[in-house]
Write a protein that binds this ligand. Structure first.
Ligand SMILES: Cc1cc2nc3c(=O)[nH]c(=O)nc-3n(C[C@H](O)[C@H](O)[C@H](O)COP(=O)(O)OP(=O)(O)OC[C@H]3O[C@@H](n4cnc5c(N)ncnc54)[C@H](O)[C@@H]3O)c2cc1C
Length: 403
């Protein structure tokens, strides 16, 4: 017989979605258990996103986990688009009425959240094995797992599938319920984390004949840099010097700007895809974050979108436990998808404008350059980029959700 635990919300995955949800629920007096198959160390050291939208920063502050973020986060009020060797700044502050983004690594967000969960007695179980979800369509769904060789079962009212793209929750939904929308891009990103002070105060997105490049950062001492590469690029084919050489070429500026270089701490290749599953719920199982959707990283949205999903889910669960009403939960998917598709559109648009496509023609390249010229010379176009980049306002009203 398995060891049985009882909670209100069982959460699979201790990434940003799972941990934010767990802590938000705690703040509203709702119990949860988080099950994570990796170790805490692994989760907290994994190099991933680093751009936080204003909404994400505001939420983390409201949740009481923003102290270190306030001290160490780098607030940016613009980005540079660089093409034809010239830089053009998109001024977020001026175009969005004072908004900006904050550079703070996803791994640091996770450390802060884990510390907050532990300090408040939260149950986050790392290194669990063979997680499976059951009876999602009933009022008593269950999550089974093994820990240290013991069979365990979490009995709950709801399950949150926050287990990322290579997940078990989404594939556990019966065939025919979900519709998948997908686009794979014919390129990837080769990314490095380098011990080098960022060579720019703000992110630089570069369009170049040899392909896209991005200069980003994680702290005043650590640069995060990317170059467009083949989707199946073998990282072992690239020496550090070749990567720096490619970055120097693609990021070159007529102004005589120099790229600061330093020891490469970590490097890897990430594939690029757009993916959405509809609906994002089945019975009492709710999918959130990368388990329901993936965006190409060009718009810096994956982490932010995951956090918005669970913000919406938490409000639905709060309504259920405070008032006994399921209205928000029943419309969870519709409310989320309105934002998900807008963010998909923006991420696809940024990706399409800035990357070289293998089969592009001289016409396509002229069109991309014209688009960049337009975005950087028209206030209306720049405003569109800026308001999407800092994050669209969170609309979780039921009015557009069939109500
Ligand atoms: C390699 C990589 C690089 C990225 N780089 C960037 C970037 O540079 N910029 C950017 O904006 N975005 C980036 N992203 C996207 C961003 O990091 C994600 O959108 C974000 O992590 C989504 O959060 P999540 O909580 O939904 O999923 P995740 O962060 O994936 O968390 C899911 C968690 O579930 C756990 N899990 C999985 N399966 C199971 C299971 N069976 N049982 C228990 N636990 C399970 C996983 O270990 C993980 O901890 C990157 C993503 C990846 C994968």
């Amino acid at each position: 017989m398995p060891t049985v635990q009882r909670t209100q919300v069982g959460i699979v995955g201790a990434g940003p979605a799972g941990l934010v949800l767990s802590h938000l629920l705690h703040l509203h007096g709702i119990e949860s258990i988080v099950l994570e198959n990796r170790s805490r160390h692994y989760v907290e050291e994994r190099v991933r996103a680093g751009v936080l939208e204003q909404n994400t920063v505001d939420l983390l502050n409201q949740m009481g986990v923003g102290d270190r973020l306030k001290r160490e986060g780098l607030v940016h009020h613009g980005v540079e688009l660089r093409f034809n060797g010239q830089g053009h700044r998109i001024d977020f502050r001026e175009l969005t009425g004072g908004k900006g983004i904050t550079i703070y690594a996803q791994a640091e967000v996770l450390k802060d959240l884990n510390n907050a969960r532990i300090a408040t007695g939260g149950q986050v179980l790392f290194e669990v094995e063979d997680v499976s979800v059951h009876e999602m369509n009933s009022s008593r769904p269950k999550i089974r797992y093994r820990k240290d060789g013991d069979e365990c079962e979490v009995q709950c009212d709801f399950i949150a599938g926050c287990d990322g793209f290579h997940a078990i929750c989404r594939p556990s939904i019966p065939a025919g319920v979900l519709t998948e929308y997908e686009r794979a891009y014919p390129f990837g990103w080769l990314g490095i984390l380098a011990e080098a002070p960022p060579s720019s105060d703000e992110l630089i997105y570069a369009y170049h004949e040899r392909g896209f490049a991005l200069l980003s950062m994680r702290s005043p001492h650590i640069s995060r840099l990317y170059i467009q590469c083949k989707p199946d690029e073998d990282i072992n084919d690239w020496s550090d010097e070749q990567i720096w050489c490619e970055l120097r070429t693609r990021l070159a500026s007529a102004s005589g700007w120099n790229l600061t270089e330093g020891p490469v701490q970590q490097k890897g290749v990430t594939g690029m895809r757009s993916f959405v599953v509809e609906p994002m719920q089945y019975g009492n199982l709710f999918l959130a974050g990368d388990s329901a959707h993936i965006v190409p990283p060009t718009g810096a949205k994956g982490l932010n979108l995951a956090i918005t999903d669970v913000q919406i889910l938490a409000r639905g669960l709060e309504q259920y436990y405070a008032k006994g009403k399921r209205e928000r939960l029943d419309h969870y998917s519709e409310i989320c998808l309105r934002r998900v598709w807008k963010v998909q559109r923006f991420s696809w648009w940024m990706t399409s404008m800035l990357h070289r496509f293998p089969d592009d023609s001289p016409f396509d390249r002229r069109r991309q350059l014209a688009e960049l010229d337009y975005v950087t010379s028209s206030r209306a176009a720049a405003k569109t980029l800026a308001e999407n980049y800092v994050g669209l306002p969170l609309d979780d009203s039921l009015s557009g959700a069939g109500k």
